[in-house]
Every structure is written in C-alpha cells, then in structure tokens.
Design a protein around this ligand. Structure first.
Ligand code: B12
Length: 211
C-alpha cells in the first residue's frame, strides 16, 4: 500500500515515475487530494529544505525535487478544482517579489484560490514593484497577492505596498502576503491586509478580505 512517507521519499530522491505512481495509488485508495499535497508532496519538500540547509542536498537536486513535485501537482490540480466550488468570487494578481525566484508555494496557493472561485493572474517571479503596479492598473484585481521565501526579499513586500500608495492605488486593492519567512506580525508591520501560513488558509483569508 502506498504511503505518504514513500511519496515524501519520492520527492526527496526526485523519482518522477515513483511520485506519479504513488500519487495515483493514493488517489485510488481514496485519499483526499489536499492531504496528498500537504502530507506527501509539501512534507517531502520541507525535508528537502532541511537537507539543503544542512548541506546534504544542493541546488540542482533541490530543483529536481521541485520539478518532480510539480509533476505530482499536475495530476492533483484538476481534482482539487472538482472538490471545491467554482463560482466566480473575485480576481487576484499574484507574483513573487523582486530578487526571489521561488514559485512552488505561489502555484499551490494559486491553485487553491482558483478552485475556490478566484481568477488568478500569475505575473511570475522576481517581479519588481513597478510591474506589480502596472498589473494592478491593467487587471484591476480585488486582491494583490505577494509571495517571498527569503528573509532578504520580504522587505520588497513593503516597497510594493508603498508603491501602491504613491500611485494612489492603495485603497483600490487588498494586499495579501505569504511565504515561509512571513508572519502575521510582519504582515501587520508593513500594512498588508491579509496573511496566511498555507494555501488552504490563504483561500479562507482571501474570501474574508472580500466580505
Ligand atoms: C525549492 C527551493 C528552492 C528552489 C526553488 C524552485 C522553484 N521553482 O520555486 C531553488 C533551488 C531555485 C532555490 C533557490 C534558492 N534558495 Co531556496 N528553497 C527551496 C525550498 C527547499 C522549498 C521551497 C518550497 O517550494 N516549499 C514548498 C512550498 C509549498 O511551500 P512555501 O513556498 O513555503 O509556500 C507555502 C506557504 O509559505 C504559503 N505561501 C507561499 N506564498 C504565499 C503567498 C501568499 C499571498 C499566501 C497567503 C501564502 C503563501 O502557502 C504555500 C502553500 O502551503 C526551501 C526550504 C523550505 N522548506 O521552505 C528553500 C529556501 C526557501 N531557500 C533558501 C535559499 C537560501 C535559497 C538560495 C539563496 C540558495 C542559494 N544559495 O542560491 C536560492 C535563492 C534563489 C532566489 N533568488 O530566489 C532558504 C531561505 C533562507 C532564508 N531564511 O532566507 C530556504 C529556507 C532553505 C534553507 N533552509 O536554507 N530554492
């Protein structure tokens, strides 16, 4: 019987065939796609992060794990959509801030937002403040979502919020922030409207922001 531990190992060893097989087996055994993401794929990636920190894994291996995780996500994405409502709720412009190229968390949060009824315009990674402003003007979203995974790049979030104020757009959009080093108190300190530690709570928070 396939287990979440095996799936984590598949992510850590970047074994694409094994990960795809295990995801399908876990689904066939009746596991919830969101659990497969959280307890299998994301949990595996968290171990990859620890191994990166201790020098047991290096960037090319981490990238291979990230690629394999994305393959697993591809199988689950359509199923997560089916599980949740698909009524249009609002529009989100989403990007990872300048200097930061981490995009896996952004993709997972986007997926949950989409499955919960949001249209998500993903403007990519390493996005400078000016590009966020252009996108807000062009797309007129309800929510601007910012992701950052590095302690050195979370200050860029404050710059984006300041740039919105300078462009007289701050009261036109709600700003939601997240990423591993982001906390509620950091979000409050930069004047963000919302924060969530994971994708499921991000969807809840996004809905609350539109209430
Ligand atoms: C994969 C990875 C990479 C990949 C990224 C591939 C990709 N396409 O994204 C690569 C190899 C490129 C990489 C590079 C680097 N990385 Co890196 N990376 C990671 C790793 C292992 C996993 C991140 C991840 O994808 N997690 C899985 C996702 C699902 O989780 P998540 O991103 O946290 O997202 C969740 C929540 O945070 C939240 N969320 C995320 N965004 C948002 C946004 C909103 C609005 C909301 C509400 C919620 C939300 O919801 C998500 C889903 O639950 C982490 C370790 C870790 N455990 O975090 C290190 C880590 C983030 N990296 C780190 C470092 C140091 C680097 C490098 C500087 C390494 C180097 N020496 O070159 C470079 C920097 C590159 C750059 N300029 O951005 C450090 C950061 C340390 C720090 N405190 O700043 C970490 C913590 C590793 C470590 N322990 O040292 N990395």
């Amino acid at each position: 019987m396939a287990s979440y531990e095996e799936l984590q190992q598949g992510v850590i060893t970047a074994d694409e065939g094994k990960v795809e097989d295990l995801v399908r087996q876990l689904l066939a055994a009746g596991n919830n796609p969101l659990d497969i993401i959280a307890r299998g794929l994301t949990a595996g990636m968290a171990i990859v992060g620890q191994k990166m920190k201790t020098g047991e894994m290096f960037i090319p291996e981490v990238l291979a794990s990230a690629h394999v995780m994305a393959k697993g996500m591809d199988i689950l994405k359509p199923l997560v959509g089916d599980k949740l409502s698909s009524i249009y709720i609002g529009k989100v412009v989403f990007g990872t801030v300048q200097g930061d190229i981490h995009n896996i968390g952004k993709k997972i949060v986007s997926m949950l937002l989409e499955s919960g009824g949001f249209v998500v315009i993903d403007i990519g990674v390493d996005v400078p403040a000016a590009k966020f402003i252009e996108a807000v003007k062009r797309e007129q979203p309800d929510i601007l979502a910012l992701s950052a995974l590095l302690t050195t790049t979370i200050p860029r979030m404050k710059e984006v919020i300041q740039a919105l104020s300078s462009a007289n757009l701050r009261d036109r959009v709600r700003v939601m922030v997240g990423g591993a080093p982001v906390t509620q108190s950091f979000a409050d300190s930069i004047g963000a409207d919302g924060y969530a530690p994971d994708a499921v709570l991000a969807l809840e928070r996004a809905k609350q922001l539109l209430d």
